[in-house]
Design a binder for this molecule. Sequence first.
Ligand code: ADP
Ligand code: MG
Length: 254
Amino acid sequence: MAEAATQMKVSDEIAITITKMNKWYGSFHVLRDIDLVVNRGERIVICGPSGSGKSTLIRCINALEEHQQGSIEVDGTLLSSDLKNIDKIRSEVGMCFQHFNLFPHLTILENCTLAPIWVRKTPKKEAEETAMHFLEKVKIPDQANKYPGQLSGGQQQRVAIARSLCMRPRIMLFDEPTSALDPEMIKEVLDTMIELAEEGMTMLCVTHEMGFARQVANRVIFMDAGQIVEQNEPEAFFNNPQSPRTQLFLSQIL
Ligand code: ADP
Ligand code: MG
């Protein structure tokens, strides 16, 4: 399994650079001196205890949360309060959450074409063709005219992934995409993510699916109390964790 990950290419080109980034919620210092460079094609799994700042970090990368110190650069664009930069970064970064956040009153197809039509001004027919392409990719083209409530959780999450892909992102962020799913549906979502990884998508995934981390990640990052405590390639990370905090965490989840 580890071989699969090493065969996937990582380019020398840099996709994301985070330098000395700090964030506070009011007086609460939630992210501390985060330094992280992500190369194009990298697949990074972020793990750590609840409340350690994983979601906040992911959300800072596409400006769903504001950081107060340090810098975040995505594809050469500096994330600043300049709305143009924020728009540019968001157009390149797709995101999938634990709760799929599909629009319940729109069909699966409409969920997938909404942003391309209204944000990108893509002609409807073209947007629908693209949507069908990605619904085929996540293996549910036959559900295109149903509503989210008629689909299983695993299917809804795959729609959410397809919907993100319709915006042609260069980077995908995942925040615990399988943690709201029944066990039998986890695999179908992970399989979709594995396929994306194999196609070279740059991915940052917050997940506690350690089998996925071993198979797909080229780097695992452990966060605790707002810091990156440790990072390593999966084999070394799981077999030989250095920090006592990482050791404790792994002993609790493995
Ligand atoms: P994780 O994803 O690792 O569980 P989060 O990034 O969600 O952690 O949260 C990190 C810390 O920040 C937690 O203590 C959480 O309670 C706090 N927090 C998260 N969101 C907010 C917010 N909007 N306002 C204030 N505190 C928050
Ligand atoms: Mg979280």
